[in-house]
Design a binder for this molecule. Sequence first.
Ligand code: HEM
Length: 145
Amino acid sequence: MMKMFIDRLLLLALMLVVLALVATSVATLWGTALSGSTLMLHMTAGGALVVGMPLVAVWFLRRGVSRQMASAMLRCGYWLTVLAATVTIVTVFLCMLPLPSTEQMNDLMELHGYAGFAMVPAVALFLLAAVRSRRMKSTRSATPG
Ligand code: HEM
């Protein structure tokens, strides 16, 4: 019961953080640069993802989402979310190192945007699969025999 509550809490938090990140960056799609309070909000939500994503990843791994018995949709949603989040985060961290040139930083930021927006379908798939597998489990346990 408690584990299911934590599942829901983490999925809700993940959804809200990704929504905040997309809402604060969507204007860049039509050429507006991130700046001012929008940028501050984006980076605050970004910090939440940096801290929260490893928690979500480890929690659901321990809950068995990557096992064979989990649905293919759930495994796919989980790994796509982890992959997109990792690329989104790593690209920002690479920009903070004194290694990439300005041009490389621009490329990294472009990749950051693609990976970030790819989180939307990935998280949607993960959430949908988690809800479906919960429904299937409760239907099975309510069906006699
Ligand atoms: C769903 C997740 C995310 C989406 C959709 C997203 C989207 C974007 C987009 C489209 C840009 C502009 C890229 C460009 O200029 O070409 C951007 C910039 C940026 N993002 Fe994200 N992002 C996400 C997650 C994060 C995270 C987790 C962090 C922090 C670790 C972060 C920090 C930044 C920073 C520092 C910039 C640079 C702002 C600037 O150029 O002034 N973002 N993001």
